[in-house]
Design a protein around this ligand. Structure first.
Ligand code: SF4
Length: 474
């Protein structure tokens, strides 16, 4: 579902954004007033209806007494309505005991029920304007749920504060106890903090948010730190099979998702999804349909993140990806480079040559050039990732310089993880090496930050500085 807050920030871009919607999408158009619907609102609604199978228009509940306007929405092809309502917080005090069948804001419930009876062609939900006292809210939602409403929007503004977090937790607990298993409770998807709201309030009614799809186990690289294709990993895997890869391992390495199955997964994702990550035991871009999968996800309006060695993209792919890109993390690649020079690249990937380094650099450079040449700065953004090992831990400044040269948005020094004993020699250790590594990391971090890059996992850098350089700040 593409979430839109159109009346408040309607522009051509928002309307154009609708072309990315597929017929299965649900579009949420929030207007300030139904009676004062502007011609722009009508255009936006008509466009949404054209591109999606379900368009919800959200408007103040007071305007339900204007049947003409509501019927005009029907004529426009709108099939869902979100009534923006508040509840009467004082009513809780006058009502019967908690949990009784007459609890909840009965006037509001009756209003919504009547409306649903009068306009059965619409699917009707409620977008709640919240009040400081939320005790009446949960029983009201339960009653609406019992009457068939399957989702509500809770208009929590700003950042989550302690008081409201505990209030919401109680509400969600109440909903759980009352068996609202199929309910979805959404904090406004136009609020930048909506994910934080979901996490801090432990909102299990918020629907799926992040989706990870493994699409390929294949890879042609030989990163020393890789648990499958690294030289040490391969030796370790072969040692129990007479020095050869067993047929099961070979099969595993060739495994890829069936394309139709992947499209089906993407098509079936609920509208609550924010981001889809593509991965696998190998490199996701080895899948011949990887770019098409990205197109399918972007066409649903979701963000995409891909972790890749970035070797396999050709000019045609780059142009397509650029077209699918957007702002910031709409389409973001995490480029596993792990070196700043061709020499170090080959050391960290013994089966690759400096030509691979050149190819990867040119792919990333091209993505940045395309982005920089677009009038609105849209396009593909990327993070340069460096898995820090004993091999590269003293040449991290080179990595930072490369990331700056390629105009990356972020730089990520990722600590090497230990999954098997053969990886132990790659983990930096010993005071001397760690101090050298800390110096190298400090130079790299300073360089990156002074050139406007963000540091991913900055706390890792800070811990290293504190421990080995006696300072905290990057
Ligand atoms: S690119 Fe990824 S999958 Fe391929 S060898 Fe390197 S770490 Fe392993």
């Amino acid at each position: 579902m593409q979430s839109l807050n159109l009346l408040e920030r309607v522009d051509l871009e928002a309307v154009q954004g609708l072309v990315y919607l597929k017929p299965t999408e649900l579009c949420y158009v929030r207007v300030a007033s139904l009676t004062k619907l502007t011609s722009i609102d009508s255009v936006v609604i008509s466009e949404a209806v054209r591109y999606t199978s379900k368009t919800f228009v959200s408007f103040p509940i007071e305007e339900i007494n204007n049947p003409e306007k509501i019927l005009s929405l029907l004529k426009l092809g709108v099939n869902g309505l979100a009534l923006r309502a508040s509840y009467e917080d004082k009513k809780f005090l006058h009502h019967e005991r908690r949990g009784s069948e007459r609890s909840g804001d009965l006037d509001l419930i009756a209003k919504v029920e009547r409306f649903r009876r009068d306009f059965p062609s619409f699917e009707t939900v409620v977008e709640f304007q919240l009040l400081p006292d939320m005790r009446i809210l949960a029983p009201t939602i339960v009653r609406l749920y019992e009457d068939g409403m399957r989702w509500v929007v809770l208009n929590a503004e700003g950042e989550p504060d302690k008081l409201r977090i505990s209030g919401f937790r109680e509400i969600f607990e109440y909903l759980r106890i009352r068996g609202c298993s199929y309910l979805n409770v959404y904090f406004p998807f136009w609020n930048r903090q909506f994910r934080e709201w979901d996490i801090k309030t432990q909102n299990t009614f918020s629907g799926l948010f992040e989706v990870h799809i493994d699409i390929s186990n294949r890879c042609t690289h030989s990163c020393t730190f890789c648990g499958l294709y690294g030289p040490a990993a391969l030796e370790d895997i072969k040692k129990d099979n007479g020095g050869k890869l067993s047929s099961q391992v070979n099969e595993f390495m060739k495994m890829e998702i069936d394309s139709e199955h992947c499209y089906q997964i993407i098509e079936s994702l609920p509208w609550s999804v924010n981001i889809v990550q593509f991965g696998g035991a190998g490199d996701p871009l080895m899948h011949r349909d990887a770019v098409k999968f990205i197109t399918a996800v972007r066409s649903r309006g979701f963000k995409v993140s891909v972790l890749s060695n970035m070797e396999y993209l050709e000019e045609e792919d780059l142009l397509e990806l650029h077209r699918l890109g957007g702002r910031q993390d709409d389409l973001h690649f995490i480029a596993n480079v792990s070196a700043g020079t061709p020499e170090m690249y080959v050391k960290t990937r013994p089966r690759q040559t400096d030509k691979t380094f050149d190819k990867v650099s040119s792919v990333l450079d091209r993505l940045s050039t395309l982005r920089e040449s677009s009038a609105d700065g849209r396009g593909v953004f990327f993070t340069v990732m460096c898995v820090v090992t004993t091999i590269n831990c003293q040449s991290l400044l080179d990595v930072a310089k490369l990331a700056v040269k390629l105009r990356a948005q972020k730089l990520w020094f990722k600590p090497m993880e230990l999954h098997a004993s053969f990886q132990a020699p790659l983990i930096p250790g010993g005071n001397e090496m760690m101090r050298d590594m800390a110096r190298s990391l400090k130079e790299a971090a300073d360089y990156a930050l002074s050139h406007g890059l963000e540091l991913e996992q900055q706390e890792y850098c800070e811990q290293i500085f504190e421990r080995y350089l006696g300072e905290i700040h990057v």
